[in-house]
Ligand binder design. Structure first.
Ligand code: NAD
Length: 294
């Protein structure tokens, strides 16, 4: 629906500028999950009438090749958005991703990871914000979940999800608690939440004891399970998700335990919840970057 809403903006930009908004995605290596995410992003942009370009680098590529690709895209006038897919191959070193994010022209930083864009978000005058937390906010607002004055608890403090999520909710006047692996008595803190966001990367970590009855729960985590025993632990015999696992040999699950459905007022599914919103926000940010640059 969001993607359909954005199509007229894409058409207006294209007729005004004589070219479509352009996104370039840099993908280094062959991480299977990254391959899927990148394919979805490129397809969404393409379907919306944008120009989506993939810059592929070998897993054995030198780190400087990634920086060179970014430098080329920074000066390419037909490219409005640049996205370097995480994770980069581990051989590139621990600080590689941040160094790449630092090298992207902030005006083309559709992931919102450049320190200038992060700083603007802190000051509530952002234009390009990280797509996943932006998608979560969109989801909450479209579902009519009140945010002002509500207590939002976020589990996970990463730069790409947890921290920007906390800032976005703070700017919507929520009272925000940001939790992490050192938080004491996490279930009790989480139970205070009117809105609970789980961005941890541990399957089914958030159980019913974390959730206040009626709370809104946003499940950002995505983990692929490939062991039958793990699936059987989460889903009782005869559950459709077990059949899904048997058919596909693996199953995508979130950070939120299936039992939470009984307690929560609203719960986003995995897959099909935050993921598609993230893709829609890549499109929206590309369009925003294109319009701002024009
Ligand atoms: P990350 O590993 O960078 O951060 C995880 C965070 O969880 C950390 O801040 C850590 O403190 C916290 N954490 C870890 N163990 C914990 C524990 N036992 N108790 C409390 N907190 C704990 O991960 P990330 O990049 O923020 O991603 C989180 C999850 O979201 C992953 O499953 C990832 O695949 C998923 N994700 C989904 C999308 C999407 O489009 N749906 C996008 C980005 C990330």
């Amino acid at each position: 629906m969001i993607r359909a809403e954005l199509r007229p903006r894409v058409a207006a930009f294209t007729s005004r500028r004589g070219r479509p908004p352009g996104l370039a995605v840099v993908l280094a290596g062959h991480n299977p999950a990254s391959e899927i995410y990148v394919r979805h992003k490129l397809r969404a942009l393409d379907e919306a009438g944008c120009r989506a370009q993939l810059v592929r680098l070998d897993a054995a590529a030198a780190f400087t090749e990634v920086l060179d690709a970014v430098a080329r895209l920074n000066t390419d006038g037909a490219v409005d958005g640049i996205l370097v897919q995480s994770p980069l191959p581990t051989e590139m070193g621990a600080g590689a991703e941040q160094r790449v994010f630092d090298a992207i022209d902030p005006a083309k930083d559709v992931d919102g990871f450049h320190p200038s864009n992060v700083g603007l978000l802190v000051q509530n005058r952002s234009s390009l914000v990280a797509c996943t937390p932006l998608g979560c906010l969109e989801l909450l607002e479209r579902a009519g979940i009140p945010l002002a004055g509500r207590h939002a608890v976020i589990i996970g403090r990463s730069n790409i999800v947890g921290k920007p999520m906390a800032l976005l909710l703070l700017h919507r006047d929520a009272t925000v608690t940001l939790c992490h692996s050192r938080t004491v008595d996490l279930p009790a803190v989480a139970r205070e939440a009117d809105i609970l966001v789980a961005a941890i990367g541990r399957p089914a970590f958030v159980t019913a004891e974390f959730v206040k009855p009626g709370a809104t729960v946003v499940d950002v985590g995505i983990t692929r399970l490939d062991q039958a025993s793990e699936v059987e632990r989460l889903f009782p015999a005869g559950h459709p998700r077990r059949r899904q696992f048997q058919a596909n040999g693996s199953l995508l699950v979130g950070d939120v335990h299936p039992d939470v459905e009984e307690v929560a007022g609203a719960l986003t599914p995995v897959p099909g919840g935050v993921g598609p919103l993230t893709i829609a926000m890549v499109l929206r940010n590309t369009l925003t970057a294109a319009e701002n640059r024009a």
